[in-house]
Design a protein around this ligand. Structure first.
Ligand SMILES: Nc1ncnc2c1ncn2[C@@H]1O[C@H](COP(=O)(O)OP(=O)(O)OP(=O)(O)O)[C@@H](O)[C@H]1O
Ligand SMILES: [Mg+2]
Length: 327
């Protein structure tokens, strides 16, 4: 049986908050095939970044991680420093929203780009430098040779983000997580960068995980959609199914919010009354307090994952689903 490139099984992450464990991620299962593009959506605070960090072995210090993460069959859950050095940036890469978290402010761009390539790809200085300049040109940085000599603060925010994207692609990763990677950029640049990621994804058969508040981005560019809410995966579906025949009431509210053209700002979907919960603080369905269909049964315990018998890509956690027979 061929396994998917990335397999996440019942992943949980708990953090100590005021002397108690709080499950900021709970029972998240998903998989990503080689060369596929998947989207992760959900309001601010739903656990998208925590999921990314936990998968990459970057959970906050003191976190308790449960479940498993496998990359091409290798168990990489909570990797030690040696495994981390071998994988991160080489086989599995990430771009976060804020480029300054990825760049070292006191090291020139050139060195930051070339060192991983020398370490992981065994390139000599000149070859790494040439490849770095090439990558910068590819992500739309003008005059790459000049930029390689700069420090991060000498570049604009948009240029810095292009540099982190070049860095993420530099060692030909098998999978790239783009966690709101283009959110801070203006719309034209955003499109350019997303187009570039799509091009690289196709050319190199790289898997791409697009994390975005923008359902328009998700609709046009992904094969599968994963919906996070309150630290849980509440629905997964092939993209075309998600937009037309989603099951979870939260997914319905999300899709409804774009139909009404109420574009989310700062991660809030304003047509959904109320706010999402802090993950790990609700016993039942995390969406119950905002859900028009919720009953007592929804508040008592978290609904189990209901898997479609015919298609493993389809699953949801809703006791009163829309579009079809009850779960
Ligand atoms: N170090 C921490 N200790 C305790 N709780 C934390 C910590 N870091 C994050 N959290 C909590 O984990 C939850 C998930 O946060 P996360 O950043 O993953 O959300 P997100 O979906 O990425 O949101 P956004 O769309 O705003 O980026 C939040 O409720 C946040 O308060
Ligand atoms: Mg986030």
């Amino acid at each position: 049986m061929s396994a998917d490139l990335l397999e996440i099984d019942e992943l949980g992450c708990s953090l100590p908050v005021r002397g108690e464990w709080r499950a900021v991620l709970d029972g998240v299962s998903m998989s990503v095939g080689a060369g596929r593009t998947v989207g992760i959506v959900g309001e601010s605070g739903s656990g998208k970044s925590m999921l990314t960090r936990t998968v990459l072995g970057l959970a906050p210090a003191g976190a308790r991680v449960t479940g498993s993460v496998r990359l091409a069959g290798e168990d990489i859950t909570s990797p030690g420093p040696a495994v981390q050095r071998r994988l991160l940036g080489a086989r599995i890469a990430v771009v976060f929203q804020d480029p300054m978290t990825a760049l070292n402010p006191v090291v020139r761009i050139g060195r930051q780009l070339t060192e991983p390539m020398r370490f992981h790809l065994g390139l000599d200085r000149a070859a790494a430098r040439a490849r770095a300049a090439d990558l910068l040109a590819k992500v739309g940085v003008p005059d790459p040779d000049q930029q390689l000599r700069q420090y991060p603060h000498q570049l604009s925010g948009g240029m810095r983000q292009r540099v982190t994207i070049a860095a993420a692609l530099s060692c030909d990763p098998e999978i790239l997580f783009a966690d709101e990677a283009t959110t801070a950029l203006d719309v034209t640049v955003q499109k350019q960068i997303l187009d570039l990621l799509t091009e690289v994804q196709r050319d190199r058969d790289m898997a791409l995980v697009l994390i975005s508040h923008d359902l328009g981005v998700i609709a046009g560019r992904t094969d599968d959609v994963f919906v996070m809410y309150g630290g849980r995966l509440v629905e997964r579906a092939p993209t075309e199914v998600f937009f037309t025949r989603h099951r979870h009431r939260y997914s319905a509210a999300l899709v409804d919010s774009i139909v009404r053209r109420d574009h989310p700002r700062h991660g809030e979907f304003r047509t959904i009354p109320g706010r999402p919960p802090v993950p790990g603080t609700v016993a039942g369905c995390p969406f119950a307090p905002r859900c028009p269909a919720a009953g007592d049964e929804c508040r008592e315990s978290a609904p189990p994952l209901h898997q479609d018998t015919g298609d493993a890509r389809l699953a949801h956690r809703c006791l009163h689903p829309v579009n079809g027979d009850p779960a």
